[in-house]
Design a binder for this molecule. Structure first.
Ligand code: BGP
Length: 465
């Protein structure tokens, strides 16, 4: 089967600052939320390699950019590490060494013909602001973040045209305050909802600042909505899917795209004592500053069924009050990551967006396949033959292109990740890259088979599967 790829369709790759840079040049006090979490009891270094070295992008980025040009990536997405951008977060004292590194990366990308896309926070909230103000619980942190964004826009906005406020803004507070799985391990559902709200408000305020600067680009956010599939067509299973979608997807989509929260969500928050008490002025800012576009991260489907147990009075709220996970018999799994593989999510999510947010322009900001023990797939010349990744990308892209053909307003596909990189879950154990980072050979970069395949895809603009 062949699919033609529209001429201007973005075909790029993504990663983030923390997951690639390494800590070289990092100054005392510049820890991020992720550093704090990794240094807590949950960290897992892989064969001695963790975020301290990462891929050493800080020094080896020229090699990576040359490879991006060789593969003909149209765009590359990364983040600025907020925790490294300042030496004083309150008085906004810029770390000029780090800021210069960002300048150098942007200039190198542009010189190589690769458009940069920059995210302002990919889990890189400064630990200092977490300790002092309880992170996104505080309006002061919103103020400091907006000031950070303004400095960044003024410094790099002449060259960077695609900005994102957050990567997956729901994730940290879900792991911390709903599930209490991560540092600082505090179960507090009201705070979960407050962080959701404050990141939405921060996005709107950053968009307002960007527009006031009259720059020639656009600002959005990268969400990780899960395509929800109910176990059956029964009313109870459908309701479970509906509530999951409301609490994990529409909670960001509606205010960011339509400028208003769904009435049903407000009602549900009040009923469950997780309401976030916005002021009229805050709601107006959200209404006036909706996103220019969205990035959508897609990896796996979410399958749910109705909740069998009644929620006991006094139990802390959790969205699973309304649903249970459903284990689909016979599902195809990526056993390295424990995620179901279901390429049709790409088509279904595109249709969901077309139906619910017809005016929204978006792109896939992440999709990809992590694999353990990839070195087992090296051929005699030492090149990793990652046919499983080629198959994964091809299948997912085919569903996306089908949706584009039917009018979905999707402008591109960014693969996670360009090179292997550090995962917050398991350091380097799972490899996602088109390009191998050979830990045994001084972090040598080597293209995998998928890199050459992706290169042909980009130059020929035809997907054959
Ligand atoms: C996304 C994150 C990325 C990346 C990816 C792969 O949710 O935005 O930062 O890590 O997932 O997931 P993991 O590294 O957990 O396997």
């Amino acid at each position: 089967m062949q699919y033609s790829i529209p001429k201007n369709f973005i075909l790029g790759a993504a990663s983030s600052a923390w997951q690639t840079e390494g800590w070289s040049g990092k100054k005392d006090g510049q820890d991020s939320y992720l550093d704090a979490w990794f240094k807590s009891e949950h960290f897992v270094w892989h064969k001695g390699y963790g975020p301290d070295i990462a891929t050493n992008f800080m020094h080896q980025f020229p090699e990576d950019v040359a490879l991006m040009a060789d593969i003909h990536l149209t765009h590359y997405r990364t983040s600025i590490n907020w925790s490294r951008f300042f030496t004083d977060y309150e008085n906004l004292v810029v770390d000029e060494d780090y800021a210069q590194h960002i300048d150098d990366v942007i200039n190198a990308l542009l010189a190589a013909g690769v458009e940069p896309m920059i995210c302002l926070e990919h889990y890189e909230l400064p630990k200092y602001l977490m300790d002092k103000y309880d992170g996104w619980s505080s309006k002061k942190v919103i103020e400091l973040y907006v000031a950070y964004a303004e400095i960044v826009f003024k410094r790099y906005g002449d060259r960077v045209k695609h900005w994102f406020t957050f990567n997956e803004p729901i994730v940290v507070q879900t792991r911390v305050y709903l599930d209490a799985l991560r540092w600082p391990h505090e179960q507090n559902p009201k705070k979960w909802m407050l962080w959701n709200f404050h990141k939405t408000l921060a996005t709107a305020k950053v968009i307002a600042v960007y527009r006031s600067l009259d720059l020639d680009g656009r600002v959005g956010c990268i969400l990780n909505p899960e395509m929800v599939y109910p176990r059956s067509s029964s009313a109870a299973d459908q309701a479970a899917a509906h509530y999951y979608d409301l609490l994990y997807n529409k909670v960001f989509f509606d205010p960011m795209v339509k400028g208003v929260y769904p009435d049903e969500l407000i009602h549900l928050c009040r009923e469950n004592d997780i309401y976030f008490d916005p002021t009229a002025e805050e709601l107006q800012i959200i209404k006036d500053n909706t996103v220019d576009f969205l990035g959508i991260n897609q990896y796996y489907p979410k399958r749910v069924k109705s909740q069998r147990f009644a929620w006991r009075a006094g139990e802390p709220f959790h969205p699973s009050k309304y649903y249970e996970d459903f284990d689909l018999p016979g599902k195809q799994m990526n056993s390295s990551r424990g995620w179901e593989i279901y390429p049709q999510i790409m088509y279904d999510m595109a249709m969901y967006l077309t139906d619910n947010y017809p005016d929204l322009t978006w792109l896939v900001a992440e999709n990809g396949m992590g694999r353990e023990q990839e070195t087992d797939y090296k051929d005699t010349t030492g090149v990793i033959q990652d046919d499983y990744r080629i198959d994964f990308i091809g299948q997912h892209l085919s569903y996306l292109l089908k949706a584009v053909d039917q009018g979905a307003k999707c402008e591109g596909y960014m693969l996670w990740a360009f090179t292997d990189c550090v995962s917050p879950m398991n350091a380097f154990k799972n490899r996602y890259g088109l390009v191998e980072i050979d830990l045994e050979n001084g972090l040598k970069r080597q293209k995998k088979a998928s890199a050459n395949w992706y290169r042909s895809l980009i130059t020929d603009r035809v997907l054959t599967i």
